[in-house]
Design a protein around this ligand. Structure first.
Ligand SMILES: Nc1ncnc2c1ncn2[C@@H]1O[C@H](COP(=O)(O)OP(=O)(O)O)[C@@H](O)[C@H]1O
Ligand SMILES: [Mg+2]
Length: 235
């Protein structure tokens, strides 16, 4: 069992959307993994979606993946319990956008893998750099404590052919090894259907895509390579 997070202290990079997409795709064929999403963001967008779905579909509806909420400071306790129970193959933690504060090491200490989504734009680059610094410091603590390092990946999100996006990739590619990122880099395109995963939408993607023939398959198709990578190389 591995604990993964799409993590970045910057909001709007795609953490929650990618969490829902990955959890959805990995829990369905051909992967069929047992997946839990822990919503540790006190804004609670993922748990709010799930609660709305339960209200609409009923308590007995079989969702492809499970969702639980945890306050950030309660996360270590919850993860310890889940590791003992061994019910899930993979657990995603949806992180808060801001205000990690002193909690950052507590939150990061619960993870095996952090995939850092970086969207194009200067503001995104600055905040993402700060976050990579935090990850680097966290891994230094892990090394001193003889604790396995947090495995790090960058996922360039909302990637398109604009010079803005390409410049962003160039910046991070030039410096990534300074932050201990030597592994494969992942890309996701800017896609209109991914915007449906917004925290502001009234329903979860599951409901939105219901009945729209072809849409769901196509959405997950775009995520297939990332999921194959997660299945083969990470868990
Ligand atoms: N690859 C993508 N293409 C298009 N829209 C995306 C993509 N990734 C994320 N989004 C959208 O960007 C917005 C911010 O994403 P969100 O997951 O809420 O970010 P975070 O959790 O990091 O704050 C949402 O509306 C989401 O649906
Ligand atoms: Mg979010």
């Amino acid at each position: 069992m591995k604990i993964l997070s799409f993590a970045n202290q910057k909001g709007g990079e795609g953490k929650s959307a990618l969490t829902k997409l990955a959890a959805g795709a990995l829990s369905m064929a051909p992967f069929n993994l047992k997946v839990l999403v822990i919503d540790a963001d006190t804004q609670g967008s993922i748990i709010a979606h799930r609660n709305r779905d339960i209200a609409t579909l009923g308590e007995d509806y079989e969702f492809p993946y499970a969702v639980e909420f945890s306050f950030p400071d309660k996360l270590p306790e919850l993860i310890t319990k889940l590791k003992k129970e061994r019910e899930y193959d993979i657990i995603f933690v949806d992180m808060p956008g801001r205000g990690y504060g002193d909690d950052i090491n507590t939150l990061l200490s619960c993870l095996d893998v952090a995939i850092v989504p970086i969207a194009k734009g200067d503001e995104d680059a600055d905040a993402s750099l700060d976050f990579l610094e935090n990850l680097k410091r966290h891994n230094e603590v892990r090394v001193r404590a003889k604790y396995p390092k947090l495995e790090l990946y960058i996922l360039y999100n909302k990637f398109d052919n604009t010079s803005n996006a390409k410049a962003s990739v160039e910046i991070f590619e030039a410096i990534k090894e300074d932050f201990g990122i030597t592994k494969q880099i992942l890309f996701l395109p800017l896609r209109e259907d991914f915007q449906n995963y917004s925290p502001k939408t009234n329903t979860s993607i599951l409901l939105e895509l219901k009945g729209k023939k072809g849409h769901k398959e196509d959405t997950y198709e775009a995520f297939y390579e990332i999921c194959k990578f997660i299945k083969k190389r990470i868990i």
